[in-house]
Each structure stands twice: as C-alpha cells, then as structure tokens.
Design a protein around this ligand. Sequence first.
Ligand SMILES: Nc1ncnc2c1ncn2[C@@H]1O[C@H](COP(=O)(O)OP(=O)(O)O)[C@@H](O)[C@H]1O
Ligand SMILES: [Mg+2]
Length: 358
Amino acid sequence: MHPQPLLEVDDLHVEFSTADGPVEAVAGVSFTVGPEETVAVVGESGSGKSVTALAVLKLLDGGRISGGQVRFDGEDLASLDNRAMRRVRGNDIAMIFQDPMTSLDPLYSIGHQIVEALRLHRPVSKKAARERAVELLEQVGMPDPRRRLASYPHQLSGGQRQRVMIAIALACSPRLLIADEPTTALDVTIEAQILELLHELQREYRTAMLLVTHDMGVVAEIADRVVVFYGGQVVEQGPTAQVLRDPQHPYTAALLAAIPHPDSAKELQLPAIPGAVPALRDMPTGCRFNPRCAMAWDDCTREVPPLYELPGGRTSRCLLHRDGGGSAVVAPPAPPLTAELAPAGPPARAPLTTQKGI
Ligand SMILES: Nc1ncnc2c1ncn2[C@@H]1O[C@H](COP(=O)(O)OP(=O)(O)O)[C@@H](O)[C@H]1O
Ligand SMILES: [Mg+2]
C-alpha cells in the first residue's frame, strides 16, 4: 500500500542570518513524495515554498538547515559532502526554476549546455552526447532541434528556454524533478503547453515531481497530493481531489475561495483573503493564520495547533479538529480548471462558514 517514499522531508527548519539576526523561513515542515508521484506545493508568496525546495538540494544561499532531515531514497542528504551532493543534483534530483535565464549560461550555446549536463553524470562521448541532446530537444518540442544546438539562450523565446531547461533536467533521467513555479514567467498559452509537456515527460521517464505552483487548475489536473504552506509551515496536506473538494483548514478554504471565477466580472475577481502573510519576525502567537482567519476564537491566539491526522491520509493544522471534529469547513465550490490563485491583497471577505463541533 505505502511504498517507501522517494523524498522524505521531516521537520525541516531553515534559518537565514540577516543584519537583524537570524530569521526562520521554514519552521518544521514535513511531507513526502513517493516514487512516480506528483505532489503540488501551494500557498501565498513568502510562505517558504522556494526555500523548502532549495533546502532539499542544499542550494540555500546564505541560509542553513537548522533542524530536521531530508532523506532521498532513505539516505540523509545532510550527511553528504558537496561532492556527493553534486552527484545527487541533476542525476537523482533535477530542478527547474521559474526563470530559465537564471539557470542557463548566456555565454554558451544550448547544445553545449545540454552536452555538459549529460557528460557531468554519464561517461559518454561528445558525439553521443550531442546526438542525445538532439533527441532531448526533439522530445521537449523544440523546432529544428539539430540546428538549435548552436543557439544561445538570448536567441530563444521564454517558452523555448524553459523547454531547454526541461531537456537539461531530464538529461540524466532523474527520479525526482523539483519544479518551482516553472511557468510563472510565461504567457498563458505557452504555460499550458509547458505544463502538459512536463506532465507527459514525467510519465514517460517515470519521474516523481514536486511542483510548486500558484495555479489550482494545474494542481487539480496533475497532482496526486497537495501540500498547503502558510507562514513557513504545512497547514494541510492530502490527496488532491479531497483537499480541493473538502478543504479542512480555513486557510486552504480561503485560498480556494480566492480563485477568481471565470464567469464573474473583472471587479469581482479580487483576492479574497484579508490581510497578508505575516513577516518572519512578526509571527503571531498561537496559530500563524489566526489574524486572518474568519473562524478564529480565543484559543487560536494562545495555542499552537499541531498537525491533526484526519481520515484518508490527510492532515490539518487547525484547532477545529481538536475534539475529533472532522470536516470543520464548508467547502467552496470546486475550482474551475483554468482558475489561478490570486495573490494576497486588499481586504475582502472570504465566504467561509463554520460547522464547529459536529
Ligand atoms: N536569502 C534570504 N535571506 C533572508 N530571508 C529569505 C531569503 N530567502 C528567502 N527568505 C525569506 O523566507 C521566506 C520564504 O521565502 P520563499 O520560500 O521564497 O517563499 P515562497 O513561498 O514565495 O517561495 C520569505 O519571508 C523570504 O523573505
Ligand atoms: Mg517561491
């Protein structure tokens, strides 16, 4: 029933040192990704999604893992030195970032960069690597792939650059792909094509995927499970269909309610979660979501809610579950497939209702 997870993030804490002292950007995050599974990570900007993704690969710039563990295929990545970690990156776990320009080298042709990625991990000749590069470019839908080998990143469109990044990511058939908002910089039509491509290749290569996204339509379409981040913590996780249909945490419910409905007038498409994600230095006491929660009561400002385990492999970090309460939140209608998550913005009322203490 439950095969050994491929990736296990266990009570991860990440700290950055700043001019004003250390801040904790990730505060005890746990989740798993199984072999060939797609797990989506959602949550407003600043909730610790990217820092968590970078921590998995030990690519934290100026930050450090201050607690917890990251295990890949049972191996604790903390125990690996830089050299061993370089072997893991690209070979076992590949990452695709939001902006391909930050990961492609402007000074080298894309052919050279794909060949280098291949030869870094595999003992193949330059000639064989070039042939494989053509194959990969073809697979990611690059027109005229052989001629494209000589192109430089600036000669490609944003969508084509992201295709090259996907080719590089898949070059060594990694077992896990981490994609951090891979289509945010692209326009909507290209975004859909790239996501479809990713999903297709993922199945073909039998790669597990940890996908950070703000697009609930994408989550609904491709994720097996969803992990909801808030304030550097996981507030809810579970199988996608159940979480979207029947969110257990008020934050998840508010997030889903904030999705603009495609039929509604433009003025109605306002972000619907009042307030903003709290600053790292200014986390509220008790539940981190309490200042913005339509259902908060006194206890929520005093008690830190644990992650409650709920039926169906779900968890939710809300005191509403304290006395064994099940579904405490009336779900908003299921999100339309093309809807996007609105960012936090000016106050507006989220249509939340409670059924406390069933
Ligand atoms: N290098 C850094 N130094 C200090 N704080 C950082 C650094 N990188 C990220 N943070 C902070 O960590 C928090 C989480 O950031 P991030 O993971 O990028 O959020 P997101 O969920 O939008 O991806 C934010 O408050 C951000 O300001
Ligand atoms: Mg991010």
